[in-house]
Design a protein around this ligand. Structure first.
Ligand SMILES: [Cu+2]
Length: 330
């Protein structure tokens, strides 16, 4: 209790924000696309909905673009663009002062456009529930202006790995790896998150790994992944803040192979052409009314573009990432 009063006084003394706002800082003063970026006080509940959209356009090998005709010199078919949309429903609950639990269920829509060597264009689509994520966020320290917690997450294989659609080569064909909705494996997601604040600014950094365990029913394991993120947020008024975030990630190739896929036909069916590294720069906007009928609600948007991309290609490159969300805490 003494600690809490101390931090409230410190933040109130160096910030133009009133002590009342400090409470709200605890509820998600992180860019909306950061998962498990904050913890809750004992008994605190938060419900959230996030819409996440990613647009990929054109192929890349290493850090350079490759044209459709260059890819078609080696393959019968090439993807030309892809859109992925995700509706994510989440809930958080502060079990006690140390532990917050979190669950997230995504609904995923994917669509990929292709061009064949014969000049024919076609689109494949997949849609359904993705992999459910359950996490425990365990507070290590919570001092004046500095917070640190562990992210202990697990991803459950609720997303399909048997998505099919019609292609010019076959009706109801098994779709390649990036069009599947889940990993098909139980994945461990350990991580650590730091949050700091002082004056009108808050900042933070998060490292999260995705470690796949075992092999899925289609004889493969998606590559492990590591994501590092750092952000700086500025409070402009009691309700409005903006953020800047740099996110770097690295992921590996697929181990094993789905026997239904032919890697000579299209690069997306090759388990050895999935790895990559990417850094994204993202700007965020948050509106969090401190009083009135909307109190407890947080509306946020984060949008960004890759600033560096190195793909084990040919692979579709990412061009735009957008997350819009609503959070309600009580
Ligand atoms: Cu929360």
């Amino acid at each position: 209790m003494k600690k809490v009063v101390g931090s409230v006084l410190l933040i109130a003394s160096i910030s133009p924000l009133s002590a009342q706002d400090v409470h709200h800082h605890d509820h998600g003063n992180t860019p909306i696309a950061v998962m498990g970026g904050h913890t809750h006080d004992a008994g605190g509940v938060m419900l959230s909905y996030r819409y996440m959209s990613m647009h990929m356009d054109g192929n890349r090998d290493g850090t350079s673009r490759v044209s459709d005709s260059e890819v078609l010199a080696d393959y019968m078919v090439t993807p030309t663009s892809m859109d992925m949309d995700m509706h994510m429903f989440g809930a958080m609950y502060g079990v006690n002062e140390k532990l917050t639990v979190m669950a997230m269920l995504p609904y995923v829509t994917k669509s990929m456009k292709h061009l064949t060597r014969m000049g024919r264009q076609f689109t494949t689509r997949a849609e359904g529930i993705g992999d459910t994520k359950i996490s425990g966020l365990y507070k290590i320290t919570d001092q004046a202006g500095h917070k640190l917690h562990l992210n202990l997450g697990i991803s459950l294989p609720t997303g399909s790995i048997d998505e099919r659609d019609d292609t010019p080569a076959a009706q109801n064909a098994k779709l390649p790896y990036p069009m599947q909705l889940g990993s098909g494996t139980y994945d461990l997601m350990p991580g650590i998150t730091y949050q700091g604040e002082g004056g009108d600014y808050s900042w933070g950094t998060q490292a999260v790994a995705t470690i796949r365990t075992g092999e899925n029913d289609n004889d493969y394991t998606l590559g492990d992944k590591i994501e590092l993120s750092a952000w700086l947020q500025r409070q402009w008024t009691h309700a409005f803040s903006t953020s800047l975030r740099l996110k770097a990630q690295r992921w590996s190739d697929i181990d094993g192979a789905d026997p239904d896929l032919n890697p000579n036909m299209i690069a997306t069916a090759d388990p050895e052409l999935r790895a990559g590294k990417r850094a994204d720069l993202l700007v965020g906007f948050t509106y969090q009314p401190q009083s009135g009928a909307l109190k407890g609600n947080r509306f946020a948007l984060e949008v960004g573009k890759p600033v560096y991309q190195n793909l084990d290609g040919p692979q579709l490159e990412t061009d735009l990432i957008l997350t819009a969300g609503w959070q309600y805490s009580f």
